[in-house]
Design a protein around this ligand. Sequence first.
Ligand code: ARG
Length: 268
Amino acid sequence: MKKGIVSKIVAASLVGVMAMGLMACGKKQEESKSALDQIKANKKLVMGTSPDFPPFESKDTKGNVVGMDVEIAKAIAKDLGVELEIKEMGFDGLLGALQGKKLDVILSGMTPTEERKGAVDFSSMYYKTDNVFVVQEANKDKYAKIEDLSGKKIGVQKGTVQEELVNAKVTSPNVNALEKTGDVVMNLKNGKIDAVLLEQPVAEAYVKNNPGLALSKVTVADEVGGYAIAMTKGESDLQAAINKTLDRLEKDGSLTKFFEDANAAMGE
Ligand code: ARG
């Protein structure tokens, strides 16, 4: 009798252990799915971006995120046969969100720097550019070379390459780093700062949309100088799929078209 109970208990706990083992196994399989398979299983590609960066990403009058990066992401999602979901956040929060698995990819005019490559993988580059200082139109000739900016109040977006470049290239800058590019530009308009460092097409977009601002003659080259799509490290099949779409978009002229359309749509 006693024996019977004991064996029943043993049997019951064995079943329990086995069930737990099975559950763990299922979970393990889920975790070991490649990022590409997971995106397909979820039927959506989650893109993170900081939409303060026209013509690559900005908000239209209806509040939709638009721009070249969005068009690229749409094409990738379409090729994968999934929907595109856009998550907005400050630029300095994007890499953490990707590493925390809250995003599948970052398309945010992100430069594939060596430092970032230590944490995430990048696609091939889809755009190349250098930097230029934006100033108030009245000060256009005052700032002709980088030395003229020594000790000046300079605005940058927090966590960007531009923040590093200003610290590296300008002598004792008074750096004003904010989360949103729009707020940095607003400070320049209000005369709270003297200049803003931006990549060329973004600088042109802000100048176009903000009368009273102008491009200075001071440019800053960047060795990497361009944009790529960030994704979790070691996901070679996702990287290959993304590069395949980028390659097609480059060859069939879509990348140029996305850029031109995004520029034309601005200020409408
Ligand atoms: N290319 C620069 C970087 O990677 C600036 C990017 C800012 N992007 C944005 N969507 N605000 O650091």
